[in-house]
Design a protein around this ligand. Structure first.
Ligand code: ADP
Length: 399
């Protein structure tokens, strides 16, 4: 089976053609600057075949057409014709509380995604554009929507309720939703498989640390999400590359009063100019921060320390929330590759019974146990694979 996985942003579209059973990726790439001047990349069998600027793609429809023509190209394509694509899976950011799992795209599903636009104003419209572009270009193919929020819908009310007037939950759906759900779900499945608990997840307690540009932690009890750090939107939780994470809401009133910012300017500061970039003034990239820190940059050092402190604190909080922890997992760009980052997060968590093995921890980008044999809590690196999860859901629903 061949599934086309699409992740559409407002001016970009990531794609992968993959086999959901083997995980084999036939081709992948990125359409960027859609509606501007257009940039198109296409990689097949691990090699970059097209990397071209000035490829005008006025809308997502032309972007999908460019993807399909590359896939079926007689010389560099990986399929003979579009008939070989069985179905299309779409990453959708916000499914509100409506979607507890992935769904086959029909008019009702599209309406529900549209209804969630106020909750995901930056992403949901773009995700819909991706879906509608595929419907236009491939009208007969089943399309599936996979939501970033769905895995978190098992959270209990005390985890998802905000302590503001309850009417805002009842009337306006203000609550914690959480994101990176597809990644957390993939990790939950892999971790349970490694622990030999796929068939009997009851009683397992896993904390997953998805640490990338955007970062979130998830407390997974009995294989289900019971809490996560992101909230109504992806700005909440631990500090990120450029996002502030949890802050005192008073800060907004104070700064808006002092500088006359309107709410849009304030949100831009919190979304794009904060996090480790905001503290360090150096970069949102953890490699740059480590380099600057090694050169004696104190704010880069502070930014890193703040980040590790908040991750460590969230791990402690989730161990408390679940009444213990069996496994801690690191994933995404920083979690999979940041050897010293992992060590610095784990420093001080020995009281939980989690002991990192420095040699085992010296690993990048592959599944590994990185705790010592006598560590009560197992610590793993597990590379995430959201695309595979999307492809598997798509396969199951398109059947
Ligand atoms: P996104 O959230 O955009 O998907 P990724 O999961 O790809 O992001 O993570 C990107 C982050 O991973 C960047 O901040 C980058 O610095 C970090 N990263 C990548 N490789 C390393 C490494 N070897 N050491 C530390 N951080 C790394």
């Amino acid at each position: 089976m061949k599934i086309l996985v699409i992740n559409a942003g407002s001016s970009s579209l990531k794609y992968q053609l993959m086999d959901p059973d083997s995980g084999n990726v036939f081709a992948k790439g990125l359409c960027e600057r859609i509606g501007i001047d257009g940039k198109f990349t296409y990689k097949a069998n691990g090699q970059t075949i097209i990397d071209a600027a000035d490829c005008p793609m006025p809308t997502h429809k032309e972007a999908i057409e460019a993807v399909l023509s590359a896939l079926v190209d007689p010389k560099n394509g990986v399929i003979g014709s579009m008939d070989e694509i069985d179905a299309v899976g779409h990453r959708v950011l916000h499914g509100g509380a409506k979607f507890t799992e992935s769904c086959l795209v029909d008019d009702a599903c599209k309406d529900a995604i549209r209804e969630c636009i106020p909750l995901g104003p930056l992403h949901n419209p773009a995700n819909l554009m991706g879906i509608e572009a595929c419907q236009k270009v491939m009208p007969t193919k089943p399309q599936v929507a996979v939501f970033d929020t769905a895995f978190h819908m098992t959270m209990p009310a005390e985890a998802y309720t905000y302590a503001i007037p309850y009417e805002y939950y009842e009337k306006d759906q203000v609550r914690r939703y959480g994101f990176h759900g597809t990644s957390h779900r993939y990790i939950a499945q892999r971790a349970l498989a490694i622990l030999g608990r796929t068939e009997n997840p009851e009683g397992t307690k896993i904390i997953n640390c998805h640490l990338g540009n955007g970062s979130s932690l998830c407390a997974i009890k009995d294989g289900k999400c019971v809490d996560t750090t992101m909230g109504l939107g992806p700005l909440a939780g631990i500090p990120m590359g450029t996002r502030c994470g949890d802050i005192d809401a008073t800060i907004m009133e104070y700064l808006m009063g002092r500088y006359g910012y309107d709410i849009k300017e304030m949100m831009t500061i919190l979304n794009k100019k904060s996090g480790v970039l905001g503290i360090s003034g150096v970069s949102s990239d953890f490699r740059d921060l480590e380099k600057a820190e090694a050169e004696g940059n104190e704010r880069a050092h502070l930014a890193l320390e703040k980040f590790f402190y908040e991750v460590r604190k969230a791990i402690g909080a989730y161990a408390a929330a679940m009444g213990g922890v069996d496994a801690i997992v690191f994933t995404a760009g920083v979690g999979e590759n940041g050897v010293s980052n992992r060590a610095r997060v784990m420093k001080g968590l020995e009281f939980l019974g989690a002991k990192l093995d420095p040699e085992r921890n010296n690993t990048r980008g592959k599944e590994a146990l990185i705790s010592t044999d006598d560590s009560k809590v197992k610590v793993f690196v597990i590379p995430t694979n959201e695309e595979l999860m999307i492809a598997k859901d798509t396969q199951a629903l398109a059947k």
